[in-house]
Ligand binder design. Structure first.
Ligand SMILES: Cc1ncc(COP(=O)(O)O)c(C=O)c1O
Length: 429
């Protein structure tokens, strides 16, 4: 594999950017070696500076449900950019996408756009605290909600590589109002919410966790969570930044028919541009400035180019699209898992429709402790390089999910299947 140009540019990058990357999970620390420097993307393929092509299953960490440079999204962005890049005023582009999301996502009556998922969760939590006049925030071990101080404890994604899954630089005073509980443990959830019911402002959860590999919350767990938060007037926030519009036009909340008080979105709704959004019940959202006393603002929030591109992407998503994508993914996961089972291999593919992750054990994974126990470590690194050399780009970190887009063909998935079988057959498991 020729990587001379990537190597040269990465050396240059390291001299001016921390570790040569602008986000820790982009480094290859989890798999060894140096990251590739990418030049362009088309449909399901990424191309590096040595002209290697890769079938991309990372897809900008789940943002690109149509693969790279979809014609409609590119045209929409071009059209918008020609009219001006940022006005700092209300625009019709914002109204269009806001109407679309409010119509599709059951929990969202009012919405506010921001520039990243982190901003969305941070602001949603501030709003929940302002609304309830309470301080405590409950989250779940292994979920990742962005790099907001109060959330960086026992977090998944890149934070999982830090000691204790927590960041330095966060005063203890921030953390004393954060409680992190085991995912999918209904008993501990009941005990904790009951004990602190008058002090808890909100509970934030990924309804299908994607940052400790893929773990869908059980229906019993989500139902209990909804019932208890309602009973104790605690704001329930679904972080659907990764799952939003990935599997269903109404997001996971529509699929499971459990409607939170607030929802955070990001990734897919920007069509590949930087975005975040939070929305929810009108009576809660009305506490946001200028209507209410909870402050949150942004120079570039609701940027017209992003809004126009995002809406172009969302308009392409319909039931038929999901049906066909989800079917492809179901067949793929069934094929690989039956191969693992038939050959009595200690490995399985965890999945929720077009979100997937590999687990290096037979038993299913229900929470963060299970996910850590099922991590492949060095074997994941070997698998990553095995696939990369075969022209397949997976996330360069064990506990990340990988994604399939509407552009991936049956042949792409058959190739992936073949290379996975090849890796595990050769005794590297
Ligand atoms: C579920 C979830 N929430 C929040 C975030 C943070 O979003 P951003 O990276 O846009 O700040 C992510 C990012 O991966 C995520 O997966």
């Amino acid at each position: 594999m020729r990587t001379q140009n990537s190597n040269k540019y990465f050396e240059q990058a390291k001299k001016v950017m921390v570790a040569g990357v602008n986000s820790p999970v982009r480094s290859f620390n989890g798999v060894g070696g140096d990251p590739l420097v990418m030049k362009y993307g088309r449909r399901q393929k990424l191309f590096d500076y040595d002209n290697n092509a890769y079938t991309d299953y990372c897809l900008s960490w789940g943002a690109l449900i149509f693969g790279h440079a979809h014609r409609n999204v590119v045209l929409a962005a071009k059209k918008a950019v020609e009219k001006g890049t940022s006005f700092g005023t209300t625009t019709r582009e914002e109204i269009g996408i806001a109407e679309h999301i409010v119509k599709q996502v059951p929990s969202i009556e009012r919405i506010r756009f921001v520039n990243s998922g982190t901003e969305a969760t941070m602001s949603a939590i501030r709003l929940a605290r302002g609304f309830t006049q309470r301080d405590i925030l409950v989250k779940f071990d292994g979920c990742y909600h962005g790099h907001f101080d109060d959330l960086l404890t026992k977090a998944g994604s890149g934070v999982a590589n830090l000691k204790e899954s927590s960041s330095l630089g966060i005063p203890q005073s921030h953390m004393q109002n954060t409680i992190s509980l085991p995912y999918n443990n209904t008993k501990i959830l009941e005990q904790t919410l009951t004990k602190h019911k008058d002090k808890i402002a909100c509970v934030i959860i990924e309804p299908v966790a994607g940052n400790m590999g893929v773990i869908p919350a059980t229906t019993e767990f989500l139902k209990t969570l909804r019932e208890l938060t309602k009973k104790y007037n605690i704001v329930l926030i679904f972080d659907e930044i990764m799952t939003g519009f990935r599997t269903h036009p109404g997001c996971v909340q529509s699929e499971v028919n459990i409607i939170p008080d607030m929802t955070c979105l990001g990734k897919i709704i920007g069509g590949g541009f930087p975005i975040g959004a939070y929305g929810g019940r009108k009576d809660i959202m009305q506490h946001l400035a200028p209507e209410g006393g909870v402050y949150q603002a942004g120079t570039f929030s609701g940027n017209p180019v992003v809004m126009k591109a995002g809406l172009a992407a969302l308009r392409l998503l319909n039931k038929d699209f999901y049906k066909s994508l989800n079917k492809k993914c179901a067949e793929f996961t069934e094929a690989i898992n039956s191969y693992f089972q038939k050959n009595n291999m200690g490995v399985h593919m965890a999945h929720y429709k077009s979100m997937m992750s590999i687990r290096f054990r037979k038993e299913s994974v229900l929470n963060y402790d299970d996910a850590l126990a099922a991590a492949g470590g060095e074997r994941y690194g070997q698998l990553f390089w095995h696939l990369l050399k075969a022209g397949i780009y997976w996330p360069p970190a064990d506990l990340e999910s990988f994604f399939v887009s509407g552009m991936h063909t049956q042949k792409d998935l058959d190739d992936l299947l073949g290379h996975l079988k090849g890796f595990f057959k050769n005794g590297e498991n």
